[in-house]
Design a binder for this molecule. Structure first.
Ligand SMILES: C[S@@+](CC[C@H](N)C(=O)[O-])C[C@H]1O[C@@H](n2cnc3c(N)ncnc32)[C@H](O)[C@@H]1O
Length: 215
């Protein structure tokens, strides 16, 4: 039987929202590289004129908070209603909406920047080009994009959440070159790739890209 990956991801993060929020609490404070990547992104948004920035797959909203505290007009979107409920509870002054990156409820060219921090990891290969096309559609010309993901090969299936509850979520590890190729094909120019923990079992990568400005 073919599983519905979007439904699996939604129900898994709904079930594990509290466990995940606990796991990532304080993570940014411990990682100068993640904070550095977000600072660069905030600067790129500012230099491009500022405006609303979507944190897509925002989880409990800690990264949205981090950007907002640095002057970015950030709002969050997440597939899992329980995640959005937690984000609203913990950051009542920020805006969070339920939605999917496969079909964003945003007008063409309506946002100044888009962040997808370790959220595209749950999108299977065949659906990534469509997701990056959505990112390109909603960003205004010259708008910066930051994508963070696990580096490597293959897919892991997680069947137990951080609080021990049964879940079923797939995480796809990828080579930065593959992700950049998908982004170029969607109309992005690649500006930088940052590899973190290169010697670890599961390195991370952040790719900075931008929609091509209209001539
Ligand atoms: C690993 S967590 C990352 C959360 C946060 N960005 C962070 O850096 O900690 C992945 C998040 O992406 C969300 N997500 C997965 N697929 C999504 C989709 N198709 N559209 C929107 N959000 C999605 C999940 O619900 C989950 O909150």
């Amino acid at each position: 039987m073919t599983r519905d990956w979007l439904a699996d991801t939604r129900t898994s993060y709904d079930a594990d929202a509290r466990g995940y929020a606990e796991k990532v609490r304080g993570l940014l404070e411990q990682s100068p590289y993640l904070r550095g990547g977000l600072s660069i992104f905030a600067e790129l948004v500012r230099d491009a004129g500022g405006g609303p920035v979507a944190d897509v797959g925002c989880g409990p909203g800690h990264v949205t908070r981090h950007l907002a505290d640095r002057g970015v007009d950030a709002f969050g979107i997440d597939l899992a209603p329980e995640m959005v409920a937690l984000a609203r509870r913990d950051h009542p002054d920020l805006r969070f909406e339920v939605g999917t990156m496969t079909d964003l409820d945003l007008a063409d060219g309506s946002i100044a920047g888009l962040l997808a921090f370790w959220s595209v990891i749950h999108v299977p290969d065949h659906a990534v080009p469509g997701v990056f096309a959505e990112f390109h559609r909603v960003l205004r010309p010259g708008g910066p994009l930051l994508v963070g993901f696990h580096v490597g090969d293959g897919t892991r299936t997680t069947t137990q959440g951080y609080t021990g509850r049964a879940i079923h979520v797939e995480s796809h590890r990828r080579r930065p070159g593959q992700v950049s190729d998908w982004l170029r094909a969607a109309g992005f120019g690649i500006e930088a790739e940052l590899l973190t923990d290169p010697d670890a079992e599961r390195p991370g990568a952040m790719i900075f890209a931008r929609t091509q400005a209209q001539s």
